[in-house]
Design a protein around this ligand. Structure first.
Ligand SMILES: Nc1ncnc2c1ncn2[C@@H]1O[C@H](COP(=O)(O)OP(=O)(O)OP(=O)(O)O)[C@@H](O)[C@H]1O
Ligand SMILES: [Mg+2]
Length: 448
């Protein structure tokens, strides 16, 4: 496996920066820096940089003299900072200011970068393992430990978390660590089975139960999971009537096929997953309260990616390695601009979205470094395809339609030019207009 290093290079020029001499005394501060951190110019005169920037973790000494990125706190505000040696001076530039960055996350992020990777012990008896769940930040380690502990019990587990956080992965890992691991893991996607087929699929049916039924009847998913685990994915989408039937299975541990006359005892462990708030669905009367309590024995909340930013680069490395093998690429580095973007992004689609973006980049990357520039011909996220809307224009202050259209056009053009570093041909492609048309509009709106 290739070890992907995080290459740090200066290629962005943030407007927030300060320069210090070789003894760490501040020589120069940009006006944006004062502004960003609510400091007055007199605050900083003659100060040591350490009085202004509190490092959350010490940088390894080996990187002194090299470009380096670290997390720090300035006047109470967490940020991602890059240092760069320029002769005897050092420039500290602020790459990401984010009041959402949590100090705890920052510290663990830095630890995960700086500490040598520990070789983990593997248990070869397990088909699935928690090793497949990438992420060794403290939050993830805690969840994995908890999941591993519940795995050994027979209790019902409810996995909750946003879409793409890895609920299915956890379900499989829990099964793989349980005493049921040599028995089936049967997944049912409650959202994907049409309502009228749900019962026959999940509970099975007897011969001649309905027209079109197989002559010999068919066992349902519940029966197929005998002695193993039944994974009920997207449980919130279970039709209300089916909820009642499922409840009976959970209570009685018995299943009755459609059109059947007798019941069959089943020994299954239930793991359910949802990305919706089941409690509020219960309040709205859309989810049965009794079923909710049956499922809510042990809730395992899988954190969103933005809650564990410390895992982003580790996951990125993991997916790069994966696509290196799949696409026969030899990517060894993640460019600093891409690192910054990855860490500062919000990831509403979580790991699924991260994976898709890396796949997109790995398709088109050339050379050994995946950079922000590798995404030049594609957009980094689906959201990036949307030019920014004018959030300030509410209905009350809408000008004439012509005026609004003009503003929107200008904003979209400026956005596209920024995204493509001023490359007008690319910008026109992004905007899906002819380059000639873009040139005309640039001159019409006098855009630089
Ligand atoms: N910790 C992880 N390490 C490696 N890959 C992961 C991790 N978490 C998720 N993935 C990958 O991300 C994708 C989405 O994961 P998964 O399907 O488990 O999400 P989910 O929580 O079930 O989402 P949804 O609610 O939309 O069903 C999968 O390709 C999965 O392999
Ligand atoms: Mg899922």
């Amino acid at each position: 496996m290739v070890k992907i290093e995080r290459k740090i290079e200066a290629d962005l020029k943030p407007s927030d920066y300060l320069v210090v001499d070789d003894s760490g005394l501040i020589l120069e501060i940009s006006s944006d820096f004062y502004h960003s951190f609510s400091l007055t110019p007199t605050d900083l005169k003659g100060f040591s940089v350490d009085a202004i920037i509190k490092e959350t973790t010490p940088r390894p000494s080996s990187v002194v003299g090299r470009k380096n990125v670290f997390f720090g706190v300035i006047n109470g505000q967490p940020c991602l900072i890059r240092t760069e040696k320029i002769n005897k001076h050092t420039c500290y530039s602020i790459l990401v200011k984010n009041s959402e960055i949590d100090l705890y996350e920052i510290t663990s992020f830095m630890n995960s970068i700086n500490k040598p990777k520990v070789q983990k012990k593997t248990n070869s008896n397990n088909r699935y393992s928690f090793e497949d769940i990438v992420g060794d930040g403290p939050l993830m380690m805690q969840i994995k430990e908890l999941a591993a502990r519940i795995a050994t019990s027979n209790s019902t587990v409810l996995l909750t978390g946003e879409s793409g956080t890895g609920k299915e992965l956890f379900a499989q890992a829990i099964h793989g660590l349980s005493s049921r691991k040599d028995h089936p893991f049967v997944a049912v996607n409650c959202a994907a089975i049409p309502e009228d087929l749900f019962e026959s699929e999940v509970f099975g049916y007897e011969a001649g139960a309905f027209s079109g039924a197989k002559r010999e009847g068919k066992p349902g998913k519940i029966e197929l999971a005998q002695n193993g685990t039944l994974f009920l994915d997207e449980i919130s989408e279970l039709p209300y009537l089916a909820q009642g039937k499922l409840l009976r299975v959970l209570q009685e541990r018995e299943v009755e096929r459609l059109g059947g006359t007798g019941t069959k005892t089943v020994d299954i462990r239930i793991i359910a997953a949802t990305n919706r708030d089941l409690k509020s669905l219960v309040q709205e009367g859309k989810f049965r309260q009794d079923l909710f309590y049956r499922l809510y024995v042990f809730e395992l909340k899988i954190p969103s990616l933005r809650q564990r930013k410390e895992d982003i680069l580790t996951l990125t490395e993991h997916f790069i390695n994966y696509y290196n093998n799949l696409f026969n690429r030899e990517v060894k580095y993640i460019g600093p601009d891409l690192q910054e973007w990855l860490v500062s992004n919000d990831w509403p689609g979580n790991i699924r979205e991260l994976r898709a973006i890396i796949e997109r980049g790995m398709n088109i990357v050339e050379g050994d470094t995946l950079m922000l520039d590798s995404f030049r011909f594609t957009s980094l996220s689906d959201r990036a395809e949307q030019p920014p809307t004018n959030a300030t224009s509410t209905l009350s202050n809408v000008k004439s339609l012509e005026e609004e259209v003009k503003k929107a056009e200008m904003a979209a053009i400026q956005w596209a030019l920024k995204e493509t570093n001023g490359d007008k041909t690319l910008a026109a492609q992004r905007l899906k207009i002819h380059p000639a048309s873009l040139y005309r509009k640039i001159s019409k709106y006098k855009i630089n």
